[in-house]
Design a protein. Structure first.
Length: 322
């Protein structure tokens, strides 16, 4: 198997902005693009291979065709024909709704689905751009509901001014909201279940308020309070820096000006590289070569034993696998 690129799935949304098209170097005139789904096996939003002999095949067809060769033996046993990760770029021109995602247990009970744990890497942020993650004080389920109805819920959420390189891990159950001016890479479980809690009384272009899921969210929320919801790390040049390791994905940051070799011979998983800055060339052990630039994502199949990454000057990559 060879490194796979996919056609981006552009999502025009009420709050979408104008950063994704130039970030991804796309020749398109689409407006209000809130999200670009880079790798997706979500029903009705399945990624399509953009390169090589399998061009035109959906990700679902690829998993069914190649099984453990694509995803790894243990992943195929665990997830069968469902690819386990969803990769997105998100551009918020307006504040997104305050929301929460159910965990595996609740999602299975309510939707016969897996849950949605995710992480954010801030690629770009307008001056003063903020996001919310977690509660800033103790809140009971009863008080939560009262605050939704009296428009004071944002007052008890932890808010952060963000800058490029900031990282947030969002386990299922953590209340959160992306603020206006944020351009973010998101890595998450393959689930599109979102409980919209509060939408700032926003109306769509027809004058309608969007549906809220206040009651569904009440049972899904984890009400713990942490001192700091950010994922803090020390950048190191030319070697991987682990950002998040959880049962659903492990993600590291590569900030490179020199060539690096990665040995995957002991890893029983696919590997995804997301380029968030600069460009590079990736060559695998089968001598397949692929170029990667900011805004692009590549999927290395589990058969990949090693790769050599050659930066074109300076490059930043997120590496993730299960």
């Amino acid at each position: 198997m060879y490194p796979l690129k996919f056609e981006p799935i552009l999502k025009q949304l009420l709050w979408g902005g104008d950063k994704i098209i130039p970030f991804k170097h796309l020749d398109a005139t689409v407006t209000k693009v809130g999200e670009s789904w880079e790798i997706s096996d979500v029903e009705n939003s399945e990624s399509v291979v953009a390169n090589g002999p399998d061009k035109g095949a959906t990700l679902s067809e690829m998993v069914g065709r190649y099984k453990e060769e694509l995803v790894g033996e243990s992943n195929y046993v665990r997830f069968r024909n469902k690819f386990p990760l969803l990769i997105k770029f998100i551009d918020a021109r307006q504040d997104l709704s305050i929301q929460v995602h159910p965990d595996d247990i609740l999602a299975h009970k309510r939707h016969n689905s897996i849950g949605k744990t995710e992480m954010w890497y801030v690629i770009g942020a307008d001056p003063g751009a903020k996001l919310r993650s977690g509660f800033s004080q103790e809140v009971t389920p009863k008080e939560y509901k009262e605050r939704v109805y009296n428009d004071t819920l944002p007052e008890v959420l932890q808010e952060y001014e963000v800058h490029p390189g900031d990282v947030f891990f969002l386990p299922a159950g953590r209340i959160h909201s992306i603020g206006a001016g944020c351009l973010i890479a998101e890595i998450q479980q393959t689930s599109d279940i979102t409980y919209r809690i509060y939408d700032f009384n926003r109306k769509d272009d027809k004058g309608h308020k969007r549906e809220l899921h206040t009651e569904l969210a009440r049972e899904a929320i984890h009400y713990e309070v942490l001192d700091d919801y950010r994922t803090l790390y020390e950048p190191v040049a030319n070697e991987p820096v682990e950002l998040v390791a959880c049962p659903y994905f492990t993600t590291s940051l590569y900030e490179m000006t020199e060539e690096i070799s990665c040995d995957y011979s002991e890893l029983d998983s696919f590997v995804i590289f997301i380029c968030v800055e600069g460009s590079c060339k990736i060559t695998d052990d089968q001598k397949y070569e692929i170029g990667l630039q900011a805004g692009e994502t590549v999927l290395l199949p589990a058969t990949t034993q090693s790769v050599c990454i050659q930066p074109d000057g300076h490059v930043k990559l997120l590496e993730t696998y299960v």
